[in-house]
Design a protein around this ligand. Structure first.
Ligand SMILES: [Ca+2]
Ligand SMILES: [Ca+2]
Ligand SMILES: [Ca+2]
Length: 869
């Protein structure tokens, strides 16, 4: 069945004819590599190197995946029970997988236990591509007829507005926005019981699925685009193309074949033929800092190379003149390339270029975008994170910028007591004991103040709130952050951007954070982990948070549509997860103690309340320790949880030591804890530098010894990758760890300049701003010449960004493919802004700025001294 015909201009038709099947097939055969995937130059197929996530399920990074010409164009190739499944829909269980080097094939054994359906996926090399087959142990169970099919999902940002051709005769264009008709697909009474929140979500969505865009036996995508053209033909039944975005904004294009009844071995057989360009090599990527370089500092670009690329040995730097012409000012060798994962990396050091101006690097016939050399390059690298992104994330207020309302006053109906024994779909957990005077479902008054939306979602997550408060309080103190572009009125619940109100924005943000922390303590007697959406419909809400709930307190006595003053019969109020946890007792203590210092002089009463509360909580926790009890789906071992609590205890003690100007009890406790904490020097031990002003020479010596041990270990660790910063090897991009390194090393440098150089902090800042793998795009949206402009903020449905948001950045698609897709913002592990990364960036960028200024002023001082003589 075909339900879309689109007339195309002759030029496109001609291209289509040239590239149509079978001429697309190149002459190559793939081999299973030592890393156990199928590969030929320009094309790789992975099978279940990654699995579905235990909590978040579908991350668009698993099952059969294809990388063509250096881009991951397809994912999630496996049997699914719907044309366009979403994040929480049923997935198969992986039982095992094999890579067969002799026969050049990959296979995976899978199962849908609830349907007694077991099968083997097989991807085998064949001339010009791969043969994909689904092989069942026994013919398809009756219940799954017309439902189980093989799905392969294609990246929409590559294919929208490109053409497709079906059976060599019909053609159309991939739609920019989802346009297919929907039809109802009611659930079967035989289906296994879903979790209650999934059932509720399915009901709310109405059990609909899109009809196919097109159906046929063979299909070619993007014949006009040699890099992305690919043909797929089916031996066993028709192929249908669907648009997953009809159901969810993060959907991909899905190609699907239903499993026919009565067949087992070879139930589905596809032949997949990408247009692999013979001898294709990936163009070099010149990673450099998108805000530029300070004149007297190292300037090192890192060039990422395809090992098969014939790499020139030299690069050059061009300077832009006023008339638009470029003139070479420097030429020099690149270092010998060193391998890391699938690419090699060479350094290009152009530190001798020092004159202020605008420059580009030219390498292998390509020119980078322009960057400045100037003294003030970092001085504007952080403001958008403070008065842009973090302002947009402010909860319980409206946020306006000029004519634009970012969002209205949100969550006025916060919050309802969450029930005991709840496992939440975002990972929150509450056991049998709710540690709260409120009844499950009861409204907890006073929680509708302050706080920030945690990330790309809208919950209030305790630990990130604490970190933002601490970071901004520290930034305000250390860098005298008087920056004032926000007008914040907590009484009127309004925030206006680009409207100074005489109060530093960092101070206003700190206050906004503590209002929520104090409200929790006042309401239930202690801080707690989460204020969170009760259902998936709210959790997936994109747009103005003020419209996510009705803002009225839920009253069970009212009928569903009934409204009475500030009460309504709609159960949409967020849930408060109120478990008492040691890590949060100390975490909140640390945040409040830090805040008390920043608020002094602006709101003395609140500053005092913060300090008094912190002192009381710390004492209480010391005399009656809270049992560390943090069960979760995340699989953290118990001693890891205890370590987290101990780290928070350490941090809170340091903050109280400073806030009380050397309080004896805290000083003693710092001395007691240091021998243990210094074993985790990089993860908190280093913060002992903050205690130095209050400690004796003996403590300083101990700390110095620890720093001397730490630095060579750290150097060794950092040397493991070409970028000299913590590599991003887990399931979430690592920009947070790098920003942390920048902050940590700044404070260690300030305390021990003879042991710790200033270079680490600049290296970390330059990494975030573009000197990283895959692309040279700045990870801070709208900061730098080229920055990430499609990201996973809460406005992602508009394919856009929030100024100053910091993304996680690249991850390794297992086993060896680094990825951070520029033109797509829906992969949370690459693209999701989180508030504490933004606040850490405010610190790190200010640190880099301070180091540059310090060196420049001391250099000027030397000149002045010399001139005086
Ligand atoms: Ca969250
Ligand atoms: Ca202000
Ligand atoms: Ca409500």
């Amino acid at each position: 069945m075909v339900n879309r015909f689109v007339g195309l201009p002759h030029a496109i038709l001609l291209v289509f004819l040239l590239f149509s099947l079978p001429s697309l097939s190149a002459d190559f055969t793939m081999h299973v590599t030592d890393k156990d995937y199928l590969s030929t130059q320009g094309f790789n197929v992975m099978l279940y190197d990654n699995t579905f996530h235990p909590v978040f399920v579908d991350e668009k990074n698993t099952a059969m995946q294809m990388v063509v010409h250096g881009e991951r164009i397809a994912t999630n190739g496996d049997v699914r029970l719907m044309p366009t499944p979403e994040q929480w829909d049923l997935v198969a269980k992986l039982k095992g997988r094999r890579a067969d080097k002799e026969r050049n094939l990959l296979s995976a054994d899978l199962s849908f236990p609830a349907y007694q359906m077991d099968y083997r996926l097989e991807v085998a090399a064949e001339p010009g591509g791969v043969r994909l087959s689904v092989n069942l142990d026994k013919p398809l169970p009756e219940k799954l007829a017309g439902r189980a099919g093989f799905n392969l999902e294609f990246l929409p940002s590559i294919y929208v507005d490109k053409t497709y051709a079906v059976d060599n005769r019909l053609f159309g264009v991939f739609p920019r926005s989802p346009q297919e008709q929907m039809h109802r697909v009611p659930p079967s009474p035989d289906d296994p019981k879903k979790l209650p929140y999934q059932e509720e979500w399915d009901r709310a969505k109405g059990y609909t699925q899109p009809l196919p865009i097109v159906t046929g036996n063979s299909i070619t995508f993007a014949p006009e685009d040699p890099l992305h053209a690919i043909s797929i033909s089916s031996e066993t039944g028709p192929l249908s193309l669907y648009d997953g975005r009809n159901r969810a904004q993060n959907g991909w294009f899905v190609l699907r074949s239903l499993i026919p009844s009565g067949k087992a071995e070879g139930a589905i057989v596809w032949h997949i033929r990408p247009n692999v360009i013979p001898n294709w090599t990936r163009p070099p990527m010149v990673a450099h800092c998108q805000v530029g370089y300070a004149p007297g500092f190292p300037k090192v670009a890192i060039i990422e190379l395809d090992p098969k690329f014939d790499a020139p040995r030299t690069a050059r730097v061009l300077r832009l003149a006023d008339d638009g012409s470029y003139k070479q000012v420097f030429g020099g060798p690149i270092s010998a390339p060193t391998p890391w994962l699938r690419y090699t990396y060479a350094k290009f050091d152009f530190s001798p270029v020092k004159d202020p101006g605008l420059y580009a690097i030219e390498y292998a016939g390509r020119r980078t975008d322009l960057f400045p050399i100037a003294n003030d390059i970092y001085s504007r690298a952080w403001q958008s994170s403070l008065d842009g992104y973090l302002a947009v994330e402010m909860d319980h207020v409206s946020v306006r910028e000029g004519y634009r309302l970012w969002h209205g006053v949100s969550h006025l109906d916060d919050a309802r007591q969450a029930p005991p024994n709840t496992r939440h779909f975002d990972g929150a957990w509450m056991g049998p004991n709710i540690d709260s005077p409120f009844q499950p479902g009861q409204h907890i008054p006073g929680l509708n103040v302050g706080g920030w939306y945690d990330a790309g979602d809208y919950d209030i997550r305790a630990e990130t709130q604490y970190l933002v408060i601490e970071d901004l309080a520290l930034a305000y103190k250390e860098f005298n952050l008087q920056w004032d572009e926000l007008a914040v009125d907590e009484t009127a619940r309004t925030v206006e951007m680009h409207r100074p109100d005489g109060i530093p924005d960092a101070v206003e943000q700190v206050k906004h954070g503590v209002l929520q922390v104090l409200a929790q303590i006042k309401a239930v007697g202690h801080p707690f982990p989460e204020v969170m959406e009760p259902n998936l419909r709210e959790y997936t809400h994109l747009g103005d948070a003020a419209s996510k709930t009705d803002g009225r307190v839920y009253d069970t006595k009212l009928a569903p549509q009934q409204v009475q003053g500030n009460f309504s019969g709609v159960p949409d109020d967020r849930w408060a997860f109120t478990t008492k946890e040691a890590r949060l007792q100390y975490g909140a203590t640390a945040a409040l103690a830090a805040a008390s210092q920043a608020l002094k002089g602006y709101d003395d009463a609140l500053a005092k309340e913060c300090l008094d509360t912190a002192v009381t909580m710390w004492q209480e926790e010391q005399s009656h320790p809270t049992i560390t009890q943090y069960p979760s789906d995340w699989g953290f071992p118990a001693n890891f949880q205890q370590q987290i609590a101990r780290n928070e205890e350490w941090k809170s003690t340091l903050q109280l030591l400073i806030a009380t100007n050397g309080g004896k009890v805290y000083k003693r406790h710092v001395i007691e804890m240091f021998p243990e904490i210094q074993k985790r020097f990089g993860r908190g031990g280093w913060m002992a530098v903050f205690a130095l002003p209050y400690m004796n020479a003996d403590f300083k010596q101990q700390l110095e010894a620890a720093v001397r041990t730490y630095i060579p270990e750290l150097d060794k660790e950092l040397a493991a990758t070409p970028f000299g910063v913590p590599p991003s090897l887990r399931g979430w991009g690592g920009s947070k760890e790098v920003v942390d390194l920048g902050v940590q090393m700044y404070f260690l440098h300030r305390a021990f300049p003879e042991i710790v150089s200033s270079e680490y902090t600049l290296r970390a800042a330059n990494y975030v701003l573009g000197t990283h793998p895959v692309s040279s795009t700045s990870y801070v949206s709208s900061v730098g010449t080229v920055s990430k402009l499609k990201a996973y903020g809460n406005n992602r449905a508009d394919n856009t960004f929030i100024p100053g948001g910091v993304i996680p950045g690249y991850i390794i698609i297992k086993p060896d493919f680094p990825e951070c897709i520029d033109d797509f913002g829906f992969l949370w592990f690459e693209d999701e802004y989180v508030i504490d990364v933004a606040s850490r960036w405010v610190l790190a960028a200010n640190a880099a700025n301070a180091l540059v200024n310090e060196t420049q002023s001391s250099a000027m001082g030397t000149v002045a001294d010399r001139d005086a003589k």
